[in-house]
Ligand binder design. Sequence first.
Ligand code: ADP
Ligand code: MG
Length: 228
Amino acid sequence: SEEMLRQSEKLSEMGQLAAGIAHEIRNPLTSLKGFLQLIEKNEGAKDEYFEIMNSEFSRIEQILNELLILSKPEKQKKKKTSLNKLLNHTITLLSTQAVIKNIEVVSEISKTDVAYILSLEHKIKQVFINLIKNAIEAMDAGGKIIVSLEKVNESAVIKIIDEGCGIPSTILKRIGDPFFTTKEKGTGLGLMVTYQIIKDHGGQVEVESVEGAGTTFTVQLPLLDPSC
Ligand code: ADP
Ligand code: MG
C-alpha cells in the first residue's frame, strides 16, 4: 500500500542517515584512539596530540548537538510565537559574530505588524541561527545581510539575503543532504536540520543564488489563524 511504501522509504532514508552518522563519528573516534595509543607508548609531542584530540572531541560533540535538535520529545507542544520577536532576538544573538567579520545584519522587520505562527520556538530559532550563520560564513569580505519579514496571504515570508560567495549551480542540488559541506570545519547538518524543522511546521524553503554575488534563502511558514 501507499502507507507501507512511505514507511519503507522513510526507513531507507533513516538507514542512510544512520550510516552517515556512524561514518562521521567513527572518523574522529579512530583518530582519538590512535593518539591515545601514541600517548600510551610515550611517543611524540603530547601537547600537540592533546590539541588535536580536543578538536576531535569537539567535532563529535558538534555533530551530536546538531542531530539532537531533530529528536522530538513527546511532551513538546507548538505555541503561539511572534516571528518579529524571535527574528530580532536571533539577529541580536548573532550580531557579535557578524561584527567581527565586518558584517552588518539589517533587520527589515516591522515593530507593529506582528506575524504570529504556531511553533516549537527553540527549533524555529535554530532554523534562523543556521541560515544567518551560513550567511555570515559565506561573507569573508564583510558587507550586509538583510533579514526581512512579510505577511503574504496566509503565510509569513522570511528572507535572509547575503552578499557572500554564492552557491555554484552544480552544488545547489546537494545542499541539505546530510553531511554535505564545502567548509573545512563544517558538519553539513545545518540545512538538513533546517529543512526538516520547516517541513514539520508546514512550511517550505527556497534558495536563489548567484555565484560571487550572494544568496537568498526564503522561508515560508503558515500564519496562525487569527481566530485562534
Ligand atoms: P555547513 O554550514 O556545516 O557546511 P550546512 O548544511 O549549513 O552545513 O550548509 C551546507 C553547504 O551549503 C555549505 O557548506 C555551503 O557550501 C552551502 N551554503 C549554505 N548556505 C550558504 C550561503 N548563505 N552562501 C553560500 N553557501 C552556502
Ligand atoms: Mg551551516
